[in-house]
Write a protein that binds this ligand. Structure first.
Ligand code: IPM
Ligand code: MN
Length: 370
């Protein structure tokens, strides 16, 4: 029997709308070919919402996100809105959604697909087969900690303040996500902070260690300082399986890890909330790349990260592992066939547009499912 899944689609700014168009192709394909249909609703976020509605995200859109089964997010931001105050910046849209939906666990994979092993700036031997999952805490830490602000001192100079805060409950719930993911993978979790200089980091380390002993004694747990982790990620990235870390360190380390793959345009992400009383879990899926204003509107952006974000949505929100794998396989096949968008172009390959790449994915889906 067909089941209806309610999706809220938020394309946002820059290349968001054009890569989202290609995901719609894949969703239409699913509607036609698989035992599932999606009810899609679309809304403005980021600079697009700022221009049309005067805020980066309306309360109505937040309410829609809360009632949807999952949110598919594009990207927000651009030079046009860079000079606006903090409360009006496009980035507020994603931060508001994370906070309002309680999306505390940001899952950021860094995987090197075989056809793209040469796209990395690192030697193929270092990154071949790379498969890391970074779990970044995403509703706490210095992004949301109080006090914060810029104050004027008596002498007229200013003081900017942000605060890194973590409670045991916040650490435990995100660490649990890390442990559970590790169990489904290579069973190794590395917890990352700076316990050598920060009290919140020390609490983080102690809390994760205690949780590991108590609930996940079977998972191989290690601890690492964030600066060392950055170095190790470049030196020998395959030593990692799952990494769990704070909001700010996760922001930095996931950008770093993504470039090990050489292709920011390929990487999806998921941000998950806790299980609600009704058994539902809020979740948002978005590519790791930003709005890329420099190439927006040119039809050359890589739609793969957005398409793979939809695959993650199927896997994590609906347990549709087979369908997710189908999409992932189709993407790998398109790459193996030699098609490349500009961001992952290699000599001897065929450079194609956003749309041609999207169409190629549905064509591969047709072949695989035939
Ligand atoms: C990310 C982005 C966001 C962040 C910005 C857009 C607020 O860099 O998702 O990594 O810093 O979390
Ligand atoms: Mn970031």
């Amino acid at each position: 029997m067909a089941s209806n899944k309610k999706l809220l689609v938020l394309p946002g700014d820059g290349i968001g709308p054009e890569v989202m168009r290609e995901v719609r192709r894949v969703i239409d394909w699913m509607d036609r070919r698989r035992a599932v249909t999606f009810d899609l609703e679309e809304a403005l976020v980021g600079g697009a919402a700022m221009d049309a509605q005067g805020v980066p995200i309306t309360e109505e859109t937040v309410a829609k996100a809360k009632s949807a089964d999952a949110v598919l997010f594009g990207s927000v931001g651009g030079p046009k809105w860079d000079t606006l105050g903090f409360d009006k910046r496009p980035e507020i849209a994603i931060l508001t959604l994370r906070r309002e939906l309680g999306l505390f666990a940001n899952l950021r994979p860094a995987t090197v697909l075989d056809p793209l092993v040469d796209a990395s700036t690192l030697k193929p031997d270092v990154v071949r087969g790379l498969d890391i999952m970074i779990v970044r805490e995403s509703t706490g830490g210095i992004y949301f900690g109080e006090p914060r602000g810029i104050e004027t001192l008596p002498d007229g100079s200013k003081r900017g303040v942000n605060t890194e805060v973590y409670t045991t409950a916040e650490i435990e719930r995100v660490a649990r996500v890390g442990f559970e993911l590790a169990r489904k993978r290579q069973n190794r979790l590395c917890s990352v902070e700076k316990a050598n200089v920060m009290e919140s980091g020390l609490l983080w380390r102690q809390t994760v260690a205690a949780l590991g002993q108590r609930e996940f004694p079977d998972v191989e747990l290690s601890h690492m300082y964030a600066d060392n982790c950055a170095m190790q990620l470049v030196r020998n990235p395959r030593q990692f399986d799952v990494i769990v870390t704070t909001n700010l360190f996760g922001d930095l380390l996931s950008d770093l890890a993504s470039m090990l793959t050489g292709s920011l345009g390929m990487l999806p992400s998921a941000t998950l909330g806790g299980l609600g009383a009704d058994g539902r879990r809020h979740a948002l899926y978005e590519p790791i790349h930003g709005s890329a204003p420099d190439i927006a509107g040119k039809g050359i952006a890589n739609p793969m990260a957005q398409i793979l974000s939809f695959a993650m949505l199927l896997r994590f929100s609906f347990d549709m592992n087979e369908d997710a794998a189908l999409i992932e396989r189709a993407c790998t096949k398109v790459l193996a066939s030699g098609l490349r968008t500009a961001d992952i172009m290699q000599t001897g390959m065929a450079r194609v547009s956003t749309q041609v790449m999207g169409e190629a994915v549905t064509r591969e889906l047709d072949k695989i499912a035939a």
